[in-house]
Design a protein. Sequence first.
Length: 280
Amino acid sequence: MTADLYTVLRNTADRVPLFFILSLTALDFFLYFTVENFWVLFIYFVAMIIPKGCICAWNHHHQHTKTFNKTPWNRLLELAYAFHTGVTTNLWLLHHVFGHHHHYLDQSVDESRWKRADGSTMGELEYTLNVALTAYYRGYQVGKRYPKHYRTHVIYTILAFSIVGALTWYQPLQGMMLFVFPMMTGLLMTAWATYDHHAGLDETQDHFKASYNNTNVVFNTLTGNLGYHTAHHYKQGLHWSELPRLHDEIKHNIPEELYFSSIWDMITNSFVGRAFKLSS
């Protein structure tokens, strides 16, 4: 079994996050078939907002570096990601990998642009709604240059939405609380989480000055080192597990003001954080 797992996965560092993501998918379907109480489903939906928000980061990593060696396994995993995040197969490949990563220094064309047309900076809410509500359209625009990838996106988007539609038709309450609402929330969470990556950094030339970084150990454990964002843009095809190493190699080029604190620092600096040696 271990040998098979090493063969199936492209990088064995994906074993642990994959286990939790697929376990949560199985739990969703278990609750779909076994729970009818609104309040149980509502509490579960609220409790899963942050965990499923973290899954958005792993979906992002998968779009950069596929998890499995074989395409069918990747497509099945992408269905699970879609049910959690509202982002279907190849959407972030088009919108984010082929789009944002090539355009983030030019706010006139960046698919995740944080500037308004007049050059002013959007607020978090405006940015979140703008990126989330235009995600599929901007994916379509990029897809014109990559028709093969866009065709795959369309096929699996139809499949994912058809499955969710059927589940919701069969059991409306469970379908809405376990799939529809989490997918909507996941897409909004994905957009919101990216605001802190670049907003306000009016840099058009130097990649080392165009991203904020968060080195908090809890944040990076939950998001697959997404806080090492300069490193991620410096070499976007690098597996998430290698980002801390790359960050160490290039950190002398990153201005000190491009490191920021977050709510996660409150956790790691608390008594609980110090007890478990979580301070970054």
